[in-house]
Design a protein around this ligand. Structure first.
Ligand SMILES: C[S@@+](CC[C@H](N)C(=O)[O-])C[C@H]1O[C@@H](n2cnc3c(N)ncnc32)[C@H](O)[C@@H]1O
Length: 188
C-alpha cells in the first residue's frame, strides 16, 4: 500500500475493512452523512447489526436516506449523544468515532472535548474482548484543538497492560490533517 494518496478517512476505512467480519455488531458513534455507517452496514452484512448515533436530526435523516438508496436494512439510527451508547447497546466488536462537525451544515455544532472523552470511555466499556475502537480526530480553523488535546491525553493515559493505542498522523502534511487512533483491548 502507498500512503501518498491516502487520507485519514481512507485509512480508517482500510482498517475497518480488514478487521470487521460478517455478523459483527458495531457502532458508528457519529453518523453524520452516513458514509461510515454505510461501509459498516456492508461489512457486517445481513447477519450483523449497526447502531448509528448522532445528535443532529439532519445527520440521522441524511444517513437514513443513504442507507435506503443502498438497500441497507441492518442499521438502527439513534438520535442521541454517543456518550449514552451503553443505554442502547450491550456489547459491540467495534466503535467508530469521526469527530467534528456535520459536513455541509452548521460548523458551530461540533463534538466537544468533555463528551468525546466520556464517549471513548463508554466505547471501551462496550467493546468485546476482541473489540477495537477507531477514532478520527479533527482540528483546524477555530475548532477541535481542545478536543484533540483532551483525546490524546486520555488515550496516552490508558493502562498499557489493558489497552494498545496506535496513532497515525501525517506529520509532514500542511494544515491540520486529522489523526487516526486505533485502540484495542489486550488479550489475556
Ligand atoms: C465529521 S461528522 C461525521 C461524519 C460521518 N461519520 C460520515 O461518514 O459522514 C461528525 C458528526 O458528529 C456528530 N456529533 C457531534 N457531537 C456528537 C455527540 N455528542 N454524539 C453523537 N454525535 C455527535 C455531529 O452532529 C456530526 O454529524
Amino acid at each position: 500500500m502507498t500512503y501518498y494518496d491516502k487520507n485519514t478517512i481512507k485509512l480508517c476505512h482500510c482498517h475497518l475493512t480488514s478487521r470487521i467480519k460478517e455478523g459483527y455488531t458495531v457502532i458508528d458513534a457519529t453518523s453524520g452523512r452516513g458514509r461510515d455507517t454505510l461501509l459498516l452496514s456492508k461489512l457486517v452484512g445481513d447477519r450483523g447489526k449497526v447502531y448509528a448515533f448522532d445528535i443532529q436530526e439532519e445527520a440521522i435523516e441524511s444517513t437514513r436516506q443513504l442507507l435506503e438508496e443502498n438497500g441497507r436494512k441492518n442499521v438502527t439510527l439513534i438520535l442521541d449523544s454517543h456518550e449514552k451508547m451503553r443505554n442502547y447497546v450491550k456489547e459491540a466488536q467495534c466503535v467508530v468515532f469521526n469527530f467534528g462537525y456535520l459536513p455541509g451544515s452548521d460548523h458551530k455544532i461540533f463534538s466537544h472535548a468533555d463528551t468525546s472523552v466520556r464517549a471513548i470511555g463508554e466505547a471501551l466499556e462496550v467493546i468485546s474482548d476482541d473489540g477495537f475502537v477507531c477514532i478520527c480526530s479533527y482540528y483546524g480553523g477555530d475548532t477541535g484543538f481542545e478536543e484533540k488535546e483532551a483525546v490524546m491525553e486520555y488515550l496516552r493515559g490508558l493502562d498499557q497492560m489493558k489497552y494498545t493505542v496506535m496513532m497515525l498522523d501525517f506529520i509532514n502534511r500542511k494544515g491540520c490533517p486529522p489523526i487516526l487512533y486505533v485502540v484495542e483491548k489486550n488479550r489475556k
